[in-house]
Design a protein around this ligand. Structure first.
Ligand code: ADP
Ligand code: MG
Length: 204
């Protein structure tokens, strides 16, 4: 069966202009990602990983080149794309359920059906009992899962993950990388993940 191309990164370059001069963060990057693929890019700190994800997410405009999502050029943020940042960014004063619902709240889409969808995700991925807990009551790995569920709540087709496990200790990191890989496959998502940690890349 012919697989569908969901993301095309075409000759993307990015130069940051600052007071001290120019930084070439990306030079002529091209990459195609097909439906259901989980692609992991590994590179050292400062090599342009976060820049690339921000361009794909439509938060930054490349200096040259373009990105297509489902054949359409990215011109701004796109609800087919979910972005999970390097830190989990959970709000400490909101419960896990309230945190998981925040994207839906912003889009004015909280209703019985979407709440049930999110509660079901929390249940499936081992956070059902913790939905009324606060982030500080959870382990690092559980927080990371809650952050992923918050991204999944909006049902994006594509997920961008920026070093999603870097705040965790080594053992937890390997376990969570494995768990998150399993979740992405089970939910049939296409994903682009970046990391500087080769072990994390192999586990996912
Ligand atoms: P990585 O995520 O791989 O660590 P980044 O994409 O954050 O790399 O950064 C790539 C390069 O671009 C680095 O040299 C960084 O200092 C520079 N850079 C990143 N963001 C900016 C910015 N907003 N302004 C100027 N330079 C930046
Ligand atoms: Mg980065």
């Amino acid at each position: 069966m012919e697989q569908r191309k969901v993301m095309e990164i075409k000759n993307v370059s990015m130069i940051y202009h600052t007071l001290d001069g120019e930084t070439e963060a990306l030079k002529d990057i091209s990459l195609d990602i097909y439906e259901g693929e989980i692609v992991v890019l590994v590179g050292p700190s400062g090599c342009g990983k976060s820049t690339l994800l921000s361009i794909v997410a439509g938060l930054l405009k490349p200096s040259s080149g373009k990105v297509l999502i489902n054949g359409k050029e990215v011109k701004g943020t796109n609800k087919d794309v979910g972005y999970m940042f390097q830190r989990d960014h959970l709000f400490e004063w909101r419960t896990i359920l309230q945190n998981a619902l925040i994207g839906l709240e912003i889009q004015n889409k909280v209703n019985d059906e979407t709440i049930a969808f999110v509660e079901n995700l929390l249940e499936t991925y081992g956070l059902g009992e913790f939905k009324n807990h606060y982030p500080r009551q959870l382990s690092g790995g559980m927080r990371q899962r809650a952050a992923l569920i918050r991204t999944l709540a909006l049902q994006p087709e594509i997920l961008l993950l920026d070093e999603p496990f870097s705040a965790l200790d080594y053992q937890t990191r390997l376990r969570i990388a494995d768990e998150i890989g399993t979740i992405l496959k089970k939910e049939k998502k296409t994903a682009l993940m970046v990391t500087h940690d080769i072990a994390e890349a192999i586990c996912t």
